[in-house]
Design a protein around this ligand. Sequence first.
Ligand SMILES: *Cc1c(COP(=O)(O)O)cnc(C)c1O
Length: 490
Amino acid sequence: MDVPVIFERSRPGRRGVRFDPRNDVPPFDPASKIPPELLRTTPLGLPEVAENDVVRHYTALSHLNYGVDSGFYPLGSCTMKYNPKVNDWAASLPGFADVHPLQPEYTVQGLLELMYGLEEGLKELSGMDAVSLQPAAGAHGELTGILMIRAYLADRGEKRTTILVPDSAHGTNPASAAMAGYQVKVVPSNSRGGVDVDALRGLVNGQTAGLMLTNPNTLGLFEEDILEIADVVHQAGGLLYYDGANANAVMGRVRPGDMGFDVVHLNLHKTFSTPHGGGGPGSGPVGVKSPLIPYLPYPRLTRDDQGFRWNDSRGRSIGKVRSFYGNVGVLVRAYAYLRSQGAQGLKEVSETAVLNANYLLKRLTPDYHTPYARTVKHEFVLSLTEQKRRGGKALDVAKRIIDYGFYPPTVYFPLVVDEALMVEPTETESKETLDRFVDAMHAINQEIDRDAEMLHTAPHHTVVRRFDEAAAARRPVLTWAQLKGGSGVS
Ligand SMILES: *Cc1c(COP(=O)(O)O)cnc(C)c1O
């Protein structure tokens, strides 16, 4: 299990490929072309390994990893569902994968048509009047959206200073508002896990630029008072921002545009066939109601008799938020997903996501407590206060679940729940998988009383055991040289 790093496999002179020694291409002499001050004086320090070494090395590493292809991944708020492999195939088609963003528009009409169609699909799904595919992540979409709200208000001669954010919000919401130059005011939740509307009334005023809301929220609960909330904010002259990072509970059922939202973002790399996480490419399209269309990032994709083209006039746009076409592979997957599911399929996706979450919640609640006894949407949050009192914190339970072959749920988020464990089964898991998860959680609950110490040192069956999480974040060791040099944690 102790896999050496690739540098330790290196042997001087060992090669992965061999060229015919009779090769008649004269060797390249860098000194003849590159000014001496730009030539390196020390060797590059690359590992010298055979092809077998490389293939076996990375295959071995891949076995140490846990992914959605290895097993159940119930990570709340960051959907890691199975994403159809056929959409990977579509994204790798040469017409999408091998084109260059600087090619003339007339040579990439197929790709532009796909992007146009994706904008149309997301418009329909979100109930908005226009969509831009430019932002490259959810948080990026939030920043784009808030900058549009600011530009819109500024054009009306309004200098509002504050964005309201519920205490259950994802951390990117207040961060995005602050980056856009706003003060953030926190709206408390009520005992049912929704926005406290009376408290909201007390907080809105002439300084309120808008409210950022996630619905269903991060507790997995639908805002029952959404229409009233929208009224309160609109009457004060503010706008409503919808955080649609996880749309798999509402797709095809209910639309943010109909709930009163003015700006939305969606995460293609959660809901629409690209997994979130791992630092991979993402896409966070934004949608707006018509008064905000002029402020969308430019260039805008347009269609006329000649076909599809980019309209480069800036107008009142907030500007570009990303270069070129964005992460095209993610866009292709999302388009293929929308078209292959169809309206009925998307509706079934959200129904199944909600069914799975409620099934799991019902089966877990004999052992574990949930602070909100309500029907949930795509996810739910348990509070392990009682388990903690018996000796097993949320973190211990999450670490122990790894030994049972599952990825741990999200812990300690949202902040409004003590010892929070946030579970999202997603729509693509079978009843058998959910039942195995329940069995494991049940067994762990009993282990707390039998051997709490064993939980404190879990996981026991993994290559890497329990991290010193603070040191790992503050003094990360990211290179082999660092590790050999002994700096930081090992
Ligand atoms: C994931 C998520 C975000 C942020 O999306 P990124 O692509 O990670 O920036 C925002 N809000 C909620 C509710 C999320 O789950």
